[in-house]
Design a protein around this ligand. Structure first.
Ligand SMILES: C[S@@+](CC[C@H](N)C(=O)[O-])C[C@H]1O[C@@H](n2cnc3c(N)ncnc32)[C@H](O)[C@@H]1O
Length: 209
């Protein structure tokens, strides 16, 4: 297993980051509206905050993450309520068409391009024919308002502080067109999209063609 990039920060991740992204959970849920009891796989589930949110809405959550430290926090939060596994989401340990939804929040931008492509292919493989992908990540277009520019500056500082490779992946994600471009490359149809935080974060619902 690779080096755990969150081994020093997992314990304070929720305190430092969650206040900024808390509102994304209900906003994305409101756009996606998964059916009650839907089987949902979260890629890069981190400390499990979003899994707990989906559980509380009546869904059946499963999470996968590379980081043992982040999963430790998720286990404390979820107890036995959700299935959690450690692994690389570019090689999902699940059969084809086994989930109603595959979701990823602020995870794709930090992956290397080759991993990101593998993860998109795997997310597409494991959703049912009627399934959907729900992605939340940085939006590549320029912010349109002053507040949007300020927010983009803060995001850039946070991503820079996360380390050289993390920052390079973030820059590549934006330069290569973010989720809309990934959707096109993987033959997915953009069903719904919404921009929040001054146009800096996109919420995207995709389906197979
Ligand atoms: C910024 S955190 C977001 C956590 C969570 N989705 C949330 O909304 O709070 C990104 C997570 O993606 C995970 N991750 C990055 N690359 C991954 C991969 N290839 N497979 C599985 N998880 C990965 C990291 O370990 C980290 O926990």
């Amino acid at each position: 297993m690779r080096h755990d990039h969150y081994h020093r920060t997992a314990w304070c991740y929720d305190t430092l980051i969650e206040p900024f992204i808390r509102s994304l959970r209900p906003t994305a849920f409101g756009l996606f509206r998964p059916a009650a009891n839907a089987a949902i796989l979260e890629i890069g589930c981190g400390t499990g905050t979003q899994l707990a949110f989906y559980r509380d809405q009546g869904c059946r959550p499963t999470g996968i993450d590379l980081s043992a430290a982040m999963l430790g926090q998720a286990r404390r939060r979820l107890g036995r309520a959700g299935l959690l596994c450690r692994g690389d989401a570019a090689r999902l340990p699940f059969p084809a068409q086994s989930f109603d939804w595959a979701v990823a929040t602020l995870a794709l931008h930090e992956m290397a391009a080759v991993t990101r492509a593998g993860v998109m292919a795997e997310m597409t493989r494991i959703i049912k024919a009627s399934g959907r992908l729900g992605l939340v990540d940085y939006h590549p277009q320029r912010a349109a308002t002053f507040n949007g520019w300020v927010t983009r500056g803060i995001i850039r500082c946070i991503e820079f502080a996360a380390g050289r490779r993390h920052y390079a992946n973030y820059r590549h994600f934006l330069a290569s067109g973010g989720v809309p471009s990934l959707a096109e490359q993987h033959g997915l149809v953009m069903e719904r999209q919404k921009w929040v935080t001054g146009g800096n974060i996109g919420i995207y619902q995709l389906r197979r063609r």
